[in-house]
Design a protein around this ligand. Sequence first.
Ligand code: HEM
Length: 168
Amino acid sequence: MLALLLEAQQSGVQISDELIRDEATTFLLGGHETTAIALAWVWHLLAQHPDVEERLAKHLEVELCGRPPRFEDLPRLAYLQQVLRESLRLYPPAWYMTRRADRDVEIGGYRVPKGVNVVMDIWAVHAATTLRPGEGGVRVKVRARASRQGSTVPSRRKSGSYRAFVAA
Ligand code: HEM
């Protein structure tokens, strides 16, 4: 990403050195730990689900033919995306977010007065069985089916119930 910013700057896009420095700091602080935690959970889950690991290895072998992935390969790596998304659902690295109400507001029937801090528990939202009746455990196969039908989003997912990256 740093290379992309520098390339853009050198090709004439108005980006100051200070902005690139600030972006690099954000990448390091916001991007490093989240990604490291996400990958640690992926390895953990793959170790627990050798069938998924085997299918993922075959998928990568077929799509990449043994070479390292490139940016432009990403759209074709659908099963990898499903594995990553499911791991992020089960173990979101940023597992909660906070916001302060800047006005009186009602959320889900609860009155939140102006100035109150609100904590959104992303892990609990992802895990809530009421959002996914009858489902439990790892759901890569459910996602694989949804993907074959032209969508990477399982049909039973309620809007807003996947929050690994999303600020509200
Ligand atoms: C698995 C990896 C990652 C996860 C789970 C993740 C998760 C999140 C979440 C939940 C937020 C919203 C926080 C909030 O609004 O309270 C956020 C914001 C942000 N993330 Fe990440 N992140 C990841 C990787 C990265 C990477 C690699 C970068 C940069 C290289 C990055 C840069 C940022 C930035 C700049 C924001 C703030 C956006 C804004 O101004 O609202 N993140 N991330």
